[in-house]
Each structure stands twice: as structure tokens, then as C-alpha cells.
Ligand binder design. Structure first.
Ligand SMILES: [Zn+2]
Length: 331
């Protein structure tokens, strides 16, 4: 049993691939400052502009923070750190043993900006073989095997190298029966474009997780269209409550109550079996040590809020336990 599960997190990550200069040139000096109480509000707003903020390298801290999830009833964390953003199988194994958590390791490749020269020149089959080997044999000569394909990074517009990687991921899904988790580009059109491609390559949409729904889809009609394809819908940015979204300033980051409203809409439509939850912790400011919500925000604060708003117990259990169990089971 996977139990209470977070379906998209990063326990350790090098996320500096998203590093960008702040909008205000007078704030450039803050980019290389360590995260502190003095710059924390700025870091929360400009979280992609602080180098220190984008590096989670402290294993002891990861054990303490992820341990809080375990101590609040959590059983399993999907660490969707794929190749290109610092995946570390040995460290994940140590964190799993130290916390008591099941940790499901990801495989495959993140967005184009992290692709190696080898990856850019490899064939679909060569890329697929690396993913299959991670799942069936273990990563890099270890016997530590991946349990999910993803997060597979896709930008907007979608690049050729990313298309090849997703096609390879679909081939690996067909070969292994593992679930596939996709990071879509920041456009409301992206999820349907990706879903059609996965379907075209023969992928199983009922074994496919569309990530970052709340920062991608704002229109309920689009949400309904994506839901109707049968994919899992990952509301994986819980706790990310600052409305300014530096990676897409023309849009906004929804607050937790807006995430809950979207989920209530789906539950009301009979789609609770497709909803998954997570925080996608990928920077220091999301950790408690640095004034953030931590990995236990969903069980300690989001679930009571869902109950207070009238969500039925079977739906709460569905999104936190039953759906992850079904999603993570190989077939
Ligand atoms: Zn992620």
C-alpha cells in the first residue's frame, strides 16, 4: 500500500535551469545572496531569481522536512526529479531509510534547457532504452530502480528534442507498464497538444499524469476537455500562494482556495478518480527552515480545509490514497 501520497515533489534538486534576472535591475545584487529573513519576501516573489533558493542540496534537511510528512500520516512521496535537474538515487535511498517513507524515483528527462549533447543527438529508441533500464535494472550501475517515468519536461512552444523525449517516454511506458508524468509548457493549449501526441504514439492516457494543472489551465472549459481524455490531473503546487508567477508574469499563480475550487468542480463532475495532489517543492522558500509550508502542508492544512468546505471523506481518500495507488501500480 502506498498510503497517503504526494505525487510530485523534489527532495533534492538543482533547479538553477530556471534562473532568471529579476524584473527590476536594481535588485540584481540579490540574485547571489543566500536566502535570509531580510530578503525572504523578495525571494518568495522572485523565487526563480535567487541562486541559493533554487538549490536543495542538504540531505539532512530533506530528511527533517520530509519526515514531517511521515509524522503527519504520510507514507509515500513521488520524487519526480528527472535527469537534468540533479536526480540522486543513492541520496533518495538514504532519505527513504531515514524517514520511513516510500520514495518513488523518477526517470526520463526534464525540459530542453537541461538536455545534454548526447540526448540531443540520440534516437527515440536510444532514449527509450535509458528509461527502460532505469526502471528494470537500476540507475547508473546501482540496483535503485525508478518507479515512474517523469517528470518529462515540455516547454511552450514544444521543442524537437522534447518531442523526441516524450515519444521515447511513451515507448518506455508501453514496454514497462510504468506511469508517465508530464510537465507541460505554460500555455492553456499545451496539455491537449501533449495528450494528442501521447495518444498518437500509442500511450495509455489512463496511465498518464498531466502535471501543474493549476498554473497551466485557467479556463474551466479547457479543464473539462483535458479531464475528458481520462488523464490524471495533478494539482501539484499546493502551498505556492504568491499570485506573482515569475515564469509566466502574464498569468498568475492561483491560491490554495482556487486549487480547491477547481478540484471541487472536478469532483462535482464525477472526476474525483483523476485528481492527484502535491506541492512540487523545488526551492528553499517552500521549506519550513526558510519560512515555507513544508511537505506536510497538504495533510495538515489543505485536507482540513477541503473537509470544512464539505468534501466527502471518500473523495478525500480517493485523491490522496486510492488514485496514487492506482496510478503507481505497474500494469
Ligand atoms: Zn517538479
Amino acid at each position: 500500500m502506498v498510503g497517503l501520497t504526494l505525487t510530485h515533489e523534489h527532495l533534492l534538486i538543482d533547479f538553477t535551469t530556471v534562473l532568471s534576472e529579476p524584473d527590476t535591475s536594481s535588485e540584481k545584487g540579490l540574485m547571489s545572496e543566500p536566502v535570509s529573513l531580510e530578503n525572504l519576501w523578495w525571494v518568495r516573489q522572485n523565487w526563480t531569481s535567487s541562486i541559493d533558493n533554487l538549490r536543495l542540496y542538504d540531505e539532512e534537511l530533506a530528511i527533517k522536512e520530509a519526515g514531517d510528512f511521515y509524522r503527519n500520516g504520510g507514507s509515500t512521496i513521488v520524487d519526480s526529479t528527472s535527469v537534468g535537474i540533479g536526480r540522486d538515487p543513492q541520496a533518495l535511498l538514504r532519505i527513504s531509510r531515514a524517514t520511513g517513507l516510500n520514495i518513488i524515483m523518477g526517470s526520463g528527462y526534464y525540459v530542453d534547457s537541461t538536455h545534454s549533447d548526447w540526448l540531443r543527438s540520440a534516437s527515440v529508441d536510444e532514449v527509450a532504452q535509458t528509461i527502460i533500464s532505469d526502471i528494470e535494472n537500476g540507475v547508473g550501475g546501482t540496483d535503485i530502480r525508478a518507479g515512474i517515468i517523469g517528470e518529462i519536461g515540455c516547454s511552450w512552444p514544444w521543442t524537437d528534442s522534447e518531442k523526441k523525449v516524450l515519444e521515447a517516454a511513451v515507448a518506455a511506458q508501453q514496454e514497462t507498464g510504468a506511469p508517465l508524468l508530464i510537465h507541460p509548457g505554460r500555455s492553456e493549449e499545451a496539455p491537449m497538444e501533449l495528450i494528442k501526441a501521447v495518444e498518437g504514439w500509442g500511450g495509455d492516457l489512463r496511465r498518464t499524469v498531466m502535471g501543474h494543472i493549476e498554473r497551466t489551465i485557467y479556463d474551466r472549459a479547457v479543464l473539462d476537455e483535458v479531464a475528458a481524455t481520462g488523464v490524471y490531473l495533478n494539482f501539484d503546487l499546493f502551498g505556492h500562494d504568491e499570485s506573482y508567477y515569475p515564469l509566466a508574469p502574464q498569468t498568475y499563480m492561483p491560491a490554495d482556495h482556487e486549487r480547491i475550487e477547481m478540484i471541487e468542480h472536478l469532483v462535482g463532475d464525477g472526476r474525483s478518480s483523476q485528481v492527484l495532489l502535491a506541492h512540487d517543492v523545488c526551492s528553499k522558500h517552500r521549506l519550513k527552515r526558510y519560512g515555507g509550508h513544508g511537505y506536510d502542508h497538504i495533510p495538515t492544512r489543505v485536507v482540513p480545509r477541503m473537509r470544512a468546505r464539505g468534501m466527502h471523506e471518500e473523495d478525500v481518500r480517493m485523491v490522496l490514497v486510492d488514485n496514487p495507488t492506482r496510478m503507481l501500480t505497474f500494469n
